[in-house]
Design a binder for this molecule. Structure first.
Ligand code: BDP
Length: 609
């Protein structure tokens, strides 16, 4: 992938200026897709305004707006000072869902596919210096079988277009994360990577720097008090950190790495990143952090909250971390797409372990795959003629995600799919390419996995061999054998695990989903499905099985909080499997988890390593 100085997280330094363009932008739906031919690239002529960043759907009171599918436009103005004339001027979009075309002063600057990763638009030659500039973005939220996530777009008999996601979350869209105007030097740092090694008495950090333009590169390391610790010169090298304070679970330590590019002794660019030093490795059935076994306790989550939808919301991020600390969690999966960069920064700061997931969700031709998978309905997917195009988009997303998140200490693994159809031969070459690409891109060679759907069992799954550790999403006691049949559900879960054990894989297993929909308003004794009491029964049943199985090395319940989905008879204004409500208040199960997780040691089930 093309490295770009603007893809480094936008931080102002002595050589870099960053101006956030958040605010109320002009906004206009374009159901007939006529804007491009009608010259909206020069200005969208709209009265409507829309907050940026945010998802557009939940502000309106009309259903046509919430369900709107197709093209829509944003416009704003920004000022470029005359002094920026000899600099590179770029716009950085942290995420526009699902695709965008960017115009500045009427001129098309770039196109980007994929709704959860950053891209940059170089406007150096299109910008008006010393004056106002008009930024217009054409955004589109349609789904197809070549997009990530996967779905369909259909036209209803009344002519309205709708999306049919093959996944279970609302198709929120828009300019969902911040937009930044950047003034950068023309010769600049474009990439920085690190990989760590623990040595006797310290650590070594292998680094590499990429630049545009030749020059002298230096890397300087400061501790949390700003004290100089170590450093090195050159584009690649190794930095020794004597007495390194390692980054640990819920005990984080971050060193500040300053990267500088100089020419003839004069500083031309500088940028820094706060980086935790740690190693991560799978050895036998153990997940090792800094060589020590760790048991994952935590959640599958969503970026989802009232009103702003999937829009960037720093306050919600803070609340979520406080709740995860309160409950005794140590980990999470960024189901089902890479989250905003600020989320990982806080995970780094707080010492949470993250399984970072690509937006490869819906690789199962069904709008209710949670039901179809549990019932064993066979749905071909990797045989489709569109698969090569999907693969290219998938590989692009993997490269962009790993490039963005590779230095984050919190990221201990890459999840390359959620619940793909993995039982057909045709899946094998696709998986191979995806897993090989992730390994190739990652300077730290982190473990790779995918979250396997209920249908991917020891006797049916053809792709588990690609995973360095096996992640299972299982709904015994909910989609199958629920309610009074929960005893049979327990037997079925045990029997599946026996099946995995018999394969002697010698790999750790992590449950990346299990749980039960629960209405926070229902208490009932004896329990019924949907009651708070039943949610706890399902959790207890699962935990009994996990606790009796020494190769199960983690539990990430589905889900952290209730979240919005499309409407339908299986969803009551959203998915209610949250341990917290959508407003981030505890259900009864939260207290149950607090009790369990605070009493499970961090190295639960380790064999004295
Ligand atoms: C799995 C999916 C997840 C769903 C969940 C559920 O990975 O996105 O929300 O089940 O059905 O199929 O609650």
């Amino acid at each position: 992938m093309e490295k770009n100085a603007a893809l480094l997280y936008p931080r102002p330094t002595a050589t870099r200026l960053a101006v956030r363009l958040d605010g109320m932008w002009k906004f206009r739906f374009d159901p007939e897709s006529k804007g491009a031919s009608d010259g909206w690239n020069k200005g969208i002529n709209a009265k409507e305004t829309m907050p940026v960043p945010a998802s557009f759907q939940d502000f309106f009171t009309g259903k046509d707006e919430r369900e709107y599918t197709g093209d829509f436009w944003y416009e704003t103005e920004f000022f470029v000072p005359a002094e920026w004339q000899d600099r590179a001027v770029l716009l950085r979009f942290d995420a526009v869902t699902h695709r965008a075309r960017v115009f500045v002063n009427g001129q098309e600057i770039c196109r980007h596919e994929g709704g959860f990763l950053p891209f940059a638009a170089d406007i150096t030659s299109a910008a008006k210096y010393g004056g106002a500039n008009r930024l217009v973005a054409l955004v589109n939220n349609e789904l197809s079988e070549t997009t990530l996530p996967v779905g369909r777009t259909e036209t209803l008999p009344n002519g309205k277009r709708v999306v049919k996601p093959y996944f279970d979350f609302f198709n929120y869209a828009g300019i969902q994360r911040p937009v930044t105007l950047l003034s950068l030097p023309t010769n600049a740092i474009t990439d920085f990577s690190v990989a760590h090694r623990i040595t006797t008495g310290g650590a070594e950090v292998d680094y590499s720097v990429e630049t545009v333009g030749e020059g002298e590169v230096t890397v300087t390391v400061l501790d949390e008090d700003g004290k100089h610790i170590s450093g090195a010169q050159g584009q690649n090298g190794t930095i020794a950190i004597p007495d390194a304070r390692l980054w640990n679970v819920r005990d984080a330590y971050l060193y500040r790495f300053w990267v500088r590019l100089s020419q003839n002794g004069k500083l031309v660019d500088e940028w820094y990143d706060d980086i935790g030093i740690r190693t991560v490795e799978i050895r036998g059935t153990e997940i090792l952090l800094n060589g020590k076994p760790v048991y994952l306790k935590g959640f599958g989550k969503h970026e989802d909250s009232d009103i702003a939808g999937r829009g960037f919301n720093r306050a919600v991020i803070k609340r979520d971390f406080e709740l995860m600390k309160w409950i005794g969690a140590n980990s999470l999966r960024t189901s089902h797409y890479p989250y905003c960069e600020e989320f990982y920064q806080l995970a780094d700061r707080e010492g949470f372990l993250v399984i970072d997931e690509t937006p490869a969700v819906g690789f199962f031709d069904s709008t209710m795959n949670f039901l179809d998978a549990s019932r064993g309905t066979k749905v071909p997917f990797f045989e489709k003629p569109t698969i090569q195009e999907l693969l290219q988009n998938h590989l692009d997303a993997i490269r962009a995600m790993i490039n963005r998140d590779k230095n984050r200490a919190c990221v201990i693994a890459w999840s390359l799919f959620n619940e793909p159809e993995s039982t057909s031969e045709a899946a094998i070459p696709y998986f191979k390419e995806v897993f090989d690409t992730a390994l190739e891109c990652d300077p730290q060679k982190r473990p790779r996995t995918f979250a396997a759907i209920m249908f991917s069992r020891p006797d049916t799954c053809k792709c588990y061999q690609f995973s360095d550790f096996i992640c299972l999403n299982r709904y015994y006691g909910w989609y199958v054998l629920g309610g009074y049949e929960i005893d049979t559900a327990e037997k079925a879960l045990r029997s599946e695990l026996e099946g995995w054990k018999a394969k002697n894989l010698n790999k750790p297993f992590v449950f990346t989903e299990y749980g039960a929909d629960t209405d926070s308003g229902i208490h009932k004794l004896p329990s019924v499905q949907w009651s708070q009491e039943y949610q706890i029964e399902v959790l207890e049943m699962n935990h009994r099985v996990f606790d009796s199985c020494d190769f199960v090395k983690g539990e990430q319940v589905w889900a952290f909080a209730d979240f919005q989905t499309g409407e339908g008879i299986h969803r009551v204004d959203g998915n209610k499997k949250g341990i917290f409500t959508r407003q981030r208040q505890p259900k009864a199960a939260a207290f149950y988890f607090k009790q369990r997780w605070e009493n499970l040691p961090e190295n639960y089930k380790s064999k004295g390593l």
